[in-house]
Design a binder for this molecule. Sequence first.
Ligand SMILES: [Zn+2]
Length: 401
Amino acid sequence: MVPNDLTWDEVKLHDLCEQETREAIWRIKIYGADIEDKLFWTSTSNGVFSVKSCYNILSNNGETCDSIWKEIWTAKIHERLKMFLWRLAADVLSTKDLLFERIGKGDPSCSFCGSSKETPSHLFLECPVARAVAFGSKWGLRLDSIPLRNMQEMVRWCVNPPHQMYSNLGGKDFTFLLFTTFLSIIWELRNDKVFQDKSSIALATARWESLFEECKFVALVQDYLPQPSRKAFWHPPQNGRICINTDAACTSDKAAIALIAMDYKGIIKHLAAEPIPPVRTDIAELQAIEWAASFVEESDWKDVDWLCDARSVVDQLNNSSDPCKLESWSLVKKPRDKMKANNWTISWTPRQANKSADLAAKAALKDNFSFLCSNANFCNWPATVLAQILSEELAAICYLG
Ligand SMILES: [Zn+2]
């Protein structure tokens, strides 16, 4: 729109849209109130973004009804590999091309070769690096001989490899595991390249071979293991309560703390992180809780479930005796008193269910910047955190039903 004029910007419309779209836009009446523009998530009635609505969009395109999802979740492979396959098939893996499409910033080209967009199909099937890892392994696989157009086909192909392929390789389960571990290794290698600027094809093939052996063992003993508990994933608090995950990231010379507050509908209320002076990890974890408590009080939330992945911190806060370490005295005492005065609980959560807070703290630590985001400006969330929240929680919703 033309600023301060309340008419459509014809030049922009001409550049951006086809004739038919332009005509449709011109037909939209513009009401004259001088209201500031607001972000509005069109897939919920109240305009507020929720992971569940996002999941519904994915479900409604019919793909999630496909038996492939059931096959992934019931496959006898490591949970981590299932999650990974699911992310691939749902197309929520945060490749550079996807992030570029989603946030319109950054470089979408392949982290390895730079000669093509980093789409999953390129990264895992077409990139010379992926092909070199596949061919350089002891299995000598030729990816170019596998006729696949996209990752959904790749996942489908992994779950149900053609008879000719698996009879040459050592059976259906063997082939499934071989390709799933391959995809996971390529993603690991790509992340090493992106985040640490190091990657070695020789190391990747060696790692693939050892991961395959490790996962083969998991597949063999899986039948004797208890089913994964609900606690392995984040899940919403009871109706009316707010759930707050906190975490800290520390190195020898830096530290950062983070919090993520979500309501019982899975709607994110606050996502915040900030660098702090370097401290010991347990102190930083306590500082994260103290910091988050100020948000809780400002927002006037009474019924709060706190989740923290540092067991010693949770134990100290739940314990009624005086804190034994002087340095953490006020850091323990203050939130403990607040817990008592309010309807707050604190419990330990496994690290994998605290991943969003963990990534937020790492993002603040890495770039030494603080951020405070809410549901209303979710597109400003750091890309890694946004991708994590979407993919993990979509997986949790899908997995837990
Ligand atoms: Zn490439």
